[in-house]
Design a protein around this ligand. Structure first.
Ligand code: SF4
Ligand code: SF4
Length: 327
């Protein structure tokens, strides 16, 4: 599709417009050779110190993702279905990190591989589709995101236990490899970052809050650049667009369930549960409660082990898609 027709094109333009300011500010810092003190965290940033910090963070997240892709079956079976519209969540720190690593954000062609539901940065020309961000730095959000995938779990698998095993493995990497400046943040804020891993989007947002406090805000006081808006106004229509699709799915699924009253007592119970979950999903989309992410998370867990109903699998895919973009 044409770049100008993609739902994320305004946000992409914003990233492109913001990038030269980030790169120039980092370059000025390199030339100045100044030190940026952050007294509250007992930090004194130098250009090379910040480069080391970004390398350590990249190392942490690369190890985190190796565990996700090589030690658990979910991502390798699913192949990246979280690369959807609104999922990338590019922030100022991501662009500063690229500049410190000597990398650049992707420049997209006028004609995109991505469809209107996929992330604008996904290139589907290769098989499997690949992210066009540099391998040395994906966004904090993309690097943090995990789930149990879109394939049904083994029959009888305990979903809660599967989540606990996955988050425990990821938490041990975060705890082992967290760079010193973020440990200082943990000490001052009296908050352990890995505890937030239960919800990967919350974890990513918490990491960004910490990065803003220890580095981004002090850096921008010395080398002023405007902050990249976290939620530009264009984001909301994208979510609405997705919600319209979810609403259409709910209506069609309820009709399908209503038409299919056959089956054993066990089947009927499962269908009753599906009906209730569709109603819950409809309520979440309509009312956007503060607890939406937690409720979506619970529904995803329940339907990760949907074995017997194709409809359960399709509901699980819709839920994953919503969860990947709902901030
Ligand atoms: S990993 Fe790349 S393609 Fe996937 S959501 Fe993030 S930026 Fe987009
Ligand atoms: S949707 Fe979940 S399982 Fe699939 S690649 Fe993304 S994080 Fe992994």
């Amino acid at each position: 599709m044409e770049l100008t027709a993609h739902p994320e094109q305004a946000r992409y333009r914003q990233h492109q417009a913001h990038w030269p300011f980030c790169r120039t500010a980092i370059e000025r810092w390199r030339v100045d050779g100044s030190t940026i003190p952050v007294a509250v965290y007992d930090l004194a940033w130098t250009y090379t110190g910040a480069q080391t910090f970004v390398h350590q963070l990249a190392d942490l997240f690369q190890t985190y993702n190796r565990v996700l892709w090589e030690h658990f079956p979910y991502c390798s079976a699913c192949g990246g279905q979280c690369c959807v519209v609104d999922a990338s969540d590019v922030r100022t720190f991501d662009l500063l990190a690229l500049a410190l690593l000597g990398e650049t954000p992707p420049v997209l062609p006028a004609w995109l591989d991505a469809g209107r539901r996929t992330c604008i940065y996904l290139t589907s020309g290769s098989e499997p589709p690949r992210c066009s961000w540099p391998e040395r730095w994906r966004t904090v959000k993309c690097w943090s995101f995990y789930c149990l995938g879109s394939k049904p779990l083994a029959k009888g698998a305990d979903v809660g236990e599967s989540y606990r095993m996955l988050t425990a493995a990821l938490a041990s990497i975060v705890e082992e490899r967290l760079p010193q400046p973020l440990r200082r943040y943990e000490g001052v804020a009296n908050e352990q970052l890995s505890v937030r891993l239960e919800d990967p989007v919350d974890f990513s947002n918490t990491i960004h809050r910490a990065l803003a406090a220890i580095f981004v805000d002090p850096f921008m006081q010395c080398y002023p650049i405007a902050s990249l808006a976290v939620e530009p106004p264009e984001a909301t229509p994208n979510l609405f667009l997705l919600e319209d699709e979810v609403t259409d799915f709910i209506v069609a699924a309820m009709v399908e369930l209503d038409d299919d009253r056959a089956g054993s007592a066990g089947d009927l119970l499962a269908k009753q549960q599906l009906w209730e979950d569709l109603a819950t999903l409809s309520w979440i989309v309509e009312n956007r409660p503060a607890t939406a992410r937690r409720q979506l998370h619970e529904l995803v867990q329940r339907h990760a082990q949907a074995q017997d109903f194709d409809l359960g699998h399709r509901l699980h895919s819709q839920l994953l898609h919503l969860l990947a973009v709902w901030q």
